[in-house]
Structures are given as structure tokens and as C-alpha cells.
Write a protein that binds this ligand. Sequence first.
Ligand code: GTR
Length: 328
Amino acid sequence: MQHPLKKIAGALAIAAVALSTTTAMARTFRSADVHAKDFPTNMAVKFMGDELSKASGGKDSIKVFGDSALGSEKDTVEQVKIGALDMVRVNTAAFHGIVPESMIPSLPFLFRDIEHFRKTIYGPQGDKILAAFDKAGFIGLALYESGARSIYAHKAIRSVADTKGMKIRVQPSDLWVSLISAMGASATPMPFAEVYTGLKTGLLDAAENNYPSYDEAKHFESAPVYSETLHVMGPEVLVFSKKIWDTLTPEQQSAIRKAAKASVPYYTTLWEAKEKEARAAVVKGGAKIIPAAEIDRKSFVDVERPVWDKFANTPELKALVQDIVNAK
Ligand code: GTR
């Protein structure tokens, strides 16, 4: 017969295991963003939080901090790296110096159109890019489209010659500096939250972004001509701190991954509507649009091709570029 104490110890051990697998500590994950609360990126992370909350019976949730409240993209990426912050949604540009694969979708004129982008970035090539965040200490959860970026200034830009000598704000990234320098312009790296003042004070002649950011940050007030150069379609990325991830149960980890995946189609619908709405809003606010049909795209493509070779500079990165280019 089993000793009564042994029996109790056995029961306790079983109870402890049950406790550790079913009662992971309830968590509210904090996620940072530079955009306002109602911007599609934040709405997507909020949606993800609701999904996660449902999946965990109300235990796990996400709180979004928008408007650069926790700092610039660079600052918040650093906080996530050391485990001081759980999550962050940034443009892939914020990872160019940390995850080489994140540079690839920012290569100028890489995607033929949005269908080409979706097929690859929401497909196997995007999965490869997300997986690459792991070795840098991040869990890549989702990539979200960001439309195409175009240059805005006081004057129209119709060919690359028009950008000569202009001071153009870029996201802090070597690729971005090279890309704008290749146009013959002078690249000024600066966090997103400072661009409004930079344009207003004349420190900058121009900046570049998609319609929703151009509208949200009111950049059209001082740079009212938006020329559809459509030079980069680099996506947004949502990452989780690997330091914190490793403290979670496998159940929590898979619920987070699942909720992040579910947020992508939700985001895409919001984004499509937002692009149209923002384009109309800037026109209403006084902006003038130079449509893509009036831009000498070839003049830009010709100067930008060397940027591909400079940054896609390993056999693996070159293969990834080729894989995207070849996707039909
Ligand atoms: C936006 C992007 C932001 C930020 C910003 C910028 O399109 O959503 O994450 O990267 O551009 O230019 O700094």
C-alpha cells in the first residue's frame, strides 16, 4: 500500500502541474505606436487584443499607447529589445539596422503593384522576413501594408531632376539616406513626430509618406504639393519582445500568434478605406496632387537600382529579392 504522505505529495504535484498550465499569470501587454489611437495600425492591435482576451477567457489583453507617447520608433524598438516594453508596431525602416531582411521590402520600386505586394508580403516571402526577427531578439508577429510612399513639398516633383538639392526628411535608416541621396537630394533623418515642425520652420523642403500619414500629421499644411512618386511600399511590422515571450506559456504564445494573424485582414479593410478617405481629406485641406501618370517613373528607377545592390548584399538577401521579383 502507498504511504499516505506519498499519496498527498503525488496529488500536490499533479495539482501544481495543473495550476502552472492552466493559470498562467494574467497579463496586459503594452504596445507602442507613433500614430493616433484610431489609425488602422492601432485599431488592428486593439482588435488583436480583443481576440486574445476572448481566447484566454479574459486573462490576457493588450493596451495600445499611440501618438509616440512612449517615444520614437527607434526608442520603442530598444525598449522592446530589453524587455521594458512588450510590443511595438513600427515601419520596417526602424529595423533596417537590426534585421537585414527587413530592408528588402523597402527597396525602391521593388513591387509592381499592391497585388504583387500582397502576394509576397502576406505569403512565403513575408513569413521569411518575419522569422528573421527572431535572431535579433524579437518575435515578428505580423506585417501590414502601408500603401506607397510619395514625396511632398512646396513644388511639384515630376522627374528625379526636380528633387536636386532639396532637403528631404527620411526615416532614420541608412537605406533611406542612400535612397534619397541617389535622387540628388539631401536626406535628413528625423523621427516622425518632429517632421511637422521641420516642414513648418523650413528646416526641411520636403518629406515623403503615404496619404494617411500625410493627412494625420497635417504635413500638407506646409508641404501642399503631393507628387505620386510611389517610390517605396515598405510594410509596417508588429513585433513582440523575445525576452518577455520566453516567460509566456506555449498556450499564450500560440494565442498571441493567432490573434496577430487574425488582425491582418481586419487591418487591410480599414487601410483601404483610410487611403481613400485621407486622399480626399488632404485635397479638401488644400493639397494639390500630381498623379502618378504625370511622373517620369523611369527617371527615378534608373537612379535607384544601385541601392538594391548596396543593401541586398548577401546571397540570402539577393535570393529573397529575386524570389519577390519572380513572384507572379
Ligand atoms: C508611416 C509609418 C510610421 C512611421 C512614419 C514615418 O507611414 O506608418 O510607422 O514610419 O511613416 O515616416 O516615420
